[in-house]
Write a protein that binds this ligand. Structure first.
Ligand SMILES: Cc1cc2nc3c(=O)[nH]c(=O)nc-3n(C[C@H](O)[C@H](O)[C@H](O)COP(=O)(O)OP(=O)(O)OC[C@H]3O[C@@H](n4cnc5c(N)ncnc54)[C@H](O)[C@@H]3O)c2cc1C
Length: 474
């Protein structure tokens, strides 16, 4: 094993500058503290030795060649909005920002695709696509994420219920391997059985296998009409039990998000964003896309009747842009609200089979009570990816740390028992690394290690994420 890694020396910095530009190379104290962590500083704060902004695939390749030769760790940085502690230099070394590689090429209408560099923002790509009359559906809650970050974490988001996740839209990738070689995975084709699907393996690999430098994405035709409904319930059980029933209807909703009044009050109080529905304690925000008004009327009528049959107090149909925006803006502000409300949070990103959502939600509440932790469940109910937020309330550092650990352990255990997974969309990174091996079992863990070694035998790319470096010796 190459561990411990080499420190970056002055001569390494000189070489990096010689293949880039000194204006884009920052060393030691010149590196801003925001680059020590992602959106979850709780998962570790680590200072990079050097921060480099690359502007081309060639530069990425030259930097990787140097680091490979010198055995220096490299961590790629996108927009830093990740929620797994992934884009951090756990073992020092180089933070390689690709945010200046942000070209968005013209939409290819014939092939219904678009090619972009990884630093382009998701919101900008979606806008360019929309202006061309097409649609890029993946819609994670943070639209200022880099498109490369969303690909390499296989981001999910609200609209996964109907349209699927990022992986479903990646046609092909250009990438730089840890030794600096530039390769392409697949091409702009709609199907491919030419060997193993390495492209799909790279999607979601959390920056541990290669550096993604160009992406071609599949596009689809946009829906003609979208509507949002808010279903208000008094009790949590009928609210959650409505989710699988909505999915059994003729038209699949685009999104089904679950929220509790407790959480809405936090967003209202801390961020001054009112939720436009006053009645009820548990809510489903349900979005439908349709191709004509008749289809939409059918969806809405069926969904409203179903909600009322299930015990909803009311269903609000949001058909003005203001009301739709206010509902989704509250939903998008949950993380910010929780950060403002509580001095420490933990997040459990499990995903369970849809038929087990209600059981998981009920158990999560009980587990929270057992450890005196305020547990709030919210989020992507439509695909079983219930975000379970643990908020600190008047607990000492020591008790919070101990109880959180135990509480998370039980939540993960419950997810596994119900046939679920450890992470639905945020990944393992550094935040869930301790639970990973136990959750997936030794044989599958070893397969992960072997795959990592096949790409990166020197373990220089994002070391200590997903799998601990010392575990390769086991
Ligand atoms: C408010 C909020 C809401 C969110 N909602 C969702 C949601 O609904 N669904 C969801 O899935 N996620 C969500 N996220 C998480 C986050 O937006 C996604 O994980 C996003 O994909 C990260 O993109 P990024 O550019 O910020 O990546 P970063 O955080 O910079 O990096 C993430 C990981 O990818 C690696 N990486 C980045 N770019 C490259 C590259 N070009 N090549 C190789 N490795 C690379 C990094 O090393 C790191 O391991 C949310 C985050 C926030 C703050």
């Amino acid at each position: 094993m190459p561990f411990p890694y080499n420190k970056v020396l002055d001569e390494d910095i000189k070489k990096i500058i010689s293949v880039t530009d000194e204006k884009r190379v920052f060393v030691g104290d010149e590196i801003r503290e925001e680059f020590y962590h992602d959106e979850m500083p709780e998962y570790g704060m680590y200072a990079p030795e050097v921060y480099v902004e690359a502007i081309s695939t060639k530069e990425v390749s030259e930097i990787m060649k140097l680091c490979y030769k010198r055995n220096i760790p490299v961590t790629v940085r996108g927009a830093g909005t990740g929620l797994a502690g992934g884009a951090t230099c756990k073992y020092g070394g180089i933070m390689l920002s690709i945010m200046q590689m942000n070209k968005i090429y013209e939409v290819d209408k014939e092939n219904m695709s678009i090619t972009v560099q990884p630093g382009a923002l998701l919101c900008d790509v979606a806008d360019v696509v929309s202006q061309a009359g097409l649609f890029y559906p993946p819609d994670p809650g943070e639209r200022t994420a880099s498109i490369g970050g969303t690909v390499i974490t296989n981001a999910g988001g609200m609209k996964a219920v109907r349209y699927g996740v990022t992986r479903d839209y990646v046609r092909c990738l250009e990438a730089v391997l840890p030794d600096g070689e530039i390769v392409r995975f697949s091409s702009n084709v709609v199907k491919n059985t030419t060997g193993f699907d390495i492209k799909d393996l790279v999607v979601g690999s959390e920056g541990t296998l290669c550096v993604v430098t160009e992406i071609t994405l599949k596009l689809i035709m946009p829906p003609k009409i979208s509507r949002t409904l808010v279903m208000a319930f008094d009790e949590i059980e009928p609210c959650i039990e409505t989710v699988p029933k909505l999915l059994q209807q003729a038209f699949i909703p685009t999104a089904i998000e679950f929220l509790e009044r407790e959480l809405l009050e936090i967003v209202e109080r801390c961020l001054n964003k009112p939720f436009p529905v006053v009645e009820g304690k548990s809510f489903l925000i349900v979005m439908y896309d349709a191709n004509n008004q008749e289809e939409m009327d059918f969806c809405i009528e069926r969904a409203c009747n179903l909600a009322i049959e299930m015990g909803a107090l009311d269903v609000k149909i949001c058909n003005t842009q203001e009301r739709i925006a206010s509902v989704w803006s509250v939903r998008a502000s949950i993380l910010e609200g929780m950060k403002a409300d509580s001095d420490a949070q933990e997040e459990c990103d499990v995903v369970v089979p849809r038929a087990k959502i209600a059981e998981f939600v009920k158990s999560a509440k009980k587990i929270g009570q057992k450890y005196s932790i305020r547990v709030i469940v919210c989020g992507h109910a439509g695909d079983g990816n219930i975000h379970t937020e643990l908020l600190r309330q008047n607990l000492s550092d020591e008790v919070w740390e101990k109880n959180t650990k135990e509480c998370l352990r039980e939540l993960y255990q419950k997810s596994k028992e119900l046939g679920g997974q450890l992470s639905g969309e945020h990944g393992i990174g550094n935040g869930r690394i301790e639970q990973f091996e136990e959750f997936i079992g030794q044989r599958i863990y070893k397969l992960h290690k072997d795959i990592k070694l096949a790409f990166d035998e020197k373990l220089i790319l994002n070391p200590g994420k997903v799998i601990e470096v010392e575990h390769y010796d086991k």
